[in-house]
Write a protein that binds this ligand. Structure first.
Ligand SMILES: Cc1ncc(COP(=O)(O)O)c(C=O)c1O
Length: 423
């Protein structure tokens, strides 16, 4: 039976997480009403409590100036401690395996500096074809930094002919075939363009069986997929916190270093904040790495870039990642079904199995890029916020912390109207 608005309303009314929506600021549509915001895969909404967290940090700065390092309500020296534990819980790893620092691309370069150690024939980096450009640039420039040509040392795994998504078995086959050439596999938890989620334990096992290091980009997994690090023994991972983690534009990112790499002798690009805490402020001449992932930090904490994350993580704590994921699976299935029922000119290229996707659907519009762009602009003009990726893809994600079934219904109705009015 076709899905209806009544059904959407009923499902929202039965949703125990629905009240959390009121804890976020919702942007306005051009007509002054609330927008239909399905863009949390790009930038999460602002938790209302973020203002108070930022204001508290700014007040402490005004009140205490330099004394805030130790005297602030959340002392700045250890500000990240409040963040590492809840992030570790969301990702499914230990708190001491997490460092909250920098932003994603910077962390990726730092992790490559520590973990990409080309030796003899083993010098290739494997990524997915169509990786997010920053990841590709990071891998390619890192190879060049070592005097290697990306054309020879960067291996990009493509989907099979006629397919949109990648198969884990193709990654396994490549690693079996060319394992001795591969130094490092950099793989996304959720692919940014297609929305495909991977079985990360499988990727990790295949990489390690081939003798390679494996690192994950969790930009589209953190706060979206439950516990992406729990069942794998990845060597490192990186993420940002402005998408599903709702910490605001350019918010602080993070990285994970597996405990087996805690040896202070592991090469790294160091800075004073990675020095052991007990003697850090005595300004010793020699660097002694702090225990755990903290030993990979470089600079002192970006308190203002981290404050909103505190507000957001409190909402994750209230909701619980399992309940969020349960709702997310239902929301995205509802979205997928509505698209299939109401917009025949649109096809989701995101896998349909719940385990192989997160919140996002990537919708391919028929009729060519010009038409697609026009439809996208009509959606925006009618207050439906998603994003457009050339040449013909709309990405849209119902986020379980603040979206409901009615949002999804309204979005698909607007899409239907935009397609109809374009002929
Ligand atoms: C998959 C992926 N990798 C890397 C980045 C780059 O992140 P940053 O600008 O925080 O370095 C993004 C940003 O959207 C991303 O989606």
């Amino acid at each position: 039976m076709a899905l209806t608005r009544e059904e959407a309303l009923q499902r929202d009314a039965a949703d125990p997480l629905q009240p959390l929506r009121g804890r976020f600021a919702l942007p306005l549509a051009p007509d002054g009403g609330p927008a239909i915001y399905l863009c949390g895969h790009s930038l999460g909404l602002m938790p209302l409590a973020a203002r108070a967290e930022i204001a508290a940090a700014v007040d402490d700065w005004a009140r205490l100036a330099v004394l805030g390092h130790e005297g602030a309500r959340r002392p700045w020296i250890t500000y990240h401690d409040a963040l590492a534990a809840p992030i570790a819980e969301l990702l499914g790893c230990r708190t001491d395996e997490i460092a909250i620092m920098n932003s994603l691309s910077v962390n990726l370069q730092l992790m490559l500096a520590s973990f990409y150690r080309p030796l003899g024939r083993r010098r290739c980096i494997v990524i997915e074809a169509g990786a997010f450009p920053s990841d590709r640039y990071a891998a390619a420039t890192h190879l060049q930094w070592h005097g290697l040509a990306p054309a020879e040392a960067l291996i990009e795994i493509t989907p099979r002919d006629g397919e949109e998504c990648l198969r884990e078995e193709d990654v396994e086959a490549l690693l079996e075939r060319r394992g001795e050439e591969i130094a490092l596999v950099l793989w996304p938890g959720v692919q940014y363009l297609t929305g495909q989620a991977f079985d990360l334990a499988r990727i990790e096992r295949a990489a390690h069986a081939a003798g390679a290091i494996v690192g994950f980009d969790l930009a589209h997994s953190a706060g979206n997929m439950p516990f992406p690090l729990r069942d794998s023994a990845a060597d490192f991972a990186v993420w940002c916190s402005y998408k599903y983690l709702n910490a605001g534009p350019g918010a602080i990112g993070g990285c994970f270093v597996h405990r087996r790499h805690f040896d202070p002798a592991r090469p790294r690009l160091g800075g004073w904040w990675g020095h052991e805490l007990a003697t850090r402020l005595r300004m010793p001449h020699e660097f002694r790495a702090a225990a755990g992932a903290a030993g990979f930090q470089l600079s002192n904490q970006s308190v203002l870039a981290a404050a909103p994350l505190i507000a957001s993580l409190e909402l994750f704590r209230m909701a619980g990642m399992r309940r969020l994921r349960e709702k997310s699976v239902a929301l995205t299935a509802f979205f997928d079904q509505l698209i299939a029922e109401r917009t025949p000119q649109v096809r989701s290229i995101t896998p349909s199995a719940a385990a192989a996707r997160g919140a996002q659907l990537s919708l391919r519009l028929s009729g060519g890029p010009e038409r697609g762009r026009r439809v996208f602009q009509r959606l925006a003009a009618h207050g439906a916020i998603c994003d457009w990726r050339e040449p013909d893809i709309i990405r849209a994600a119902p986020v379980p912390l603040y979206n409901g079934f009615e949002d999804v219904f309204n979005f698909v109705v607007r899409l239907e109207e935009a397609l109809r009015s374009d002929g």
